[in-house]
Unconditional design. Sequence first.
Length: 301
Amino acid sequence: MIPYHSLPEAIAHLGRNLTFAETLWFNYSAKKSDHFLFCHNILFLFVIFSLAPLPVVFLEIKRILPFDKYKIQPNVRLSLKQMFKCYKDVMVIFFLVVGPLQLVSYPSIKMIGIRTGLPLPSWWEILGQLLVYFMIEDYTNYWIHRFLHNKWGYEKIHRVHHEYQAPIGFAAPYAHWAEILILGLPSFFGPALVPGHMITLWLWIALRQIEAIETHSGYDFPWSLTKYIPFYGGAEYHDYHHFVGRQSHSNFASVFTYCDYIYGTDKRGFTNDTRKNGQAHETNGTNQNGRSHETQDFKTD
Ligand SMILES: [Zn+2]
Ligand SMILES: [Zn+2]
């Protein structure tokens, strides 16, 4: 909540006129509690989980030819019904775990010092903090994800996320409830170390999930703007991790490739043969992904 009662009071306190964005922010947030502003993340995540995967789902269902050649695992196709089941499962987890987690984690946001007042951060401050958040999340996510591939972690927790051998956008947040809680920590570490404005936090949560949906889209489009981001992993990189599944010893990082490169787990494993035959090199031809056969339907082109 902004500690000024009116725009003139805010202008007097800042010693300058408010920018257009600051005026908008003042008008929107002045009478709202910080907890309520933080909980906007629940609505943003609901919209992102529901809408962001739709364009690629449409391509997958319609199999529109100019785009179909960019499908990473063309031998694995899901029906609309199967995709909707994935979305429904994600929504159950969303309302039981993701939403409540946001509600109860507000004290930690207050504790680390996320601010909601004026002035608003500059674009450079926002971009710098987002970069730090992505780097910290990537590093910590890498090690937690790698740990979850041990026998216990995989069987008890991570197996659920790997039910989709060829991921779709809806499957990005599809995971065991414990994985949702555990992997919430890497997203929290960045803002905890370099706390910023609530708007930066909103952007961080939203961009991280949009990135995860793009990475799980199942399509590798050569014109994707993310291709211009240095060390960006992308859809094919993570698709290979899902493709190998349970036995995977590679491509653990969530966003970039530098951790996998440094720790020797970087692998560009897809070949035309592996794509068509559904066989992974890391498993000597055996595709052991631990997924449920009820959730996927194999059709060979
Ligand atoms: Zn994994
Ligand atoms: Zn994944």
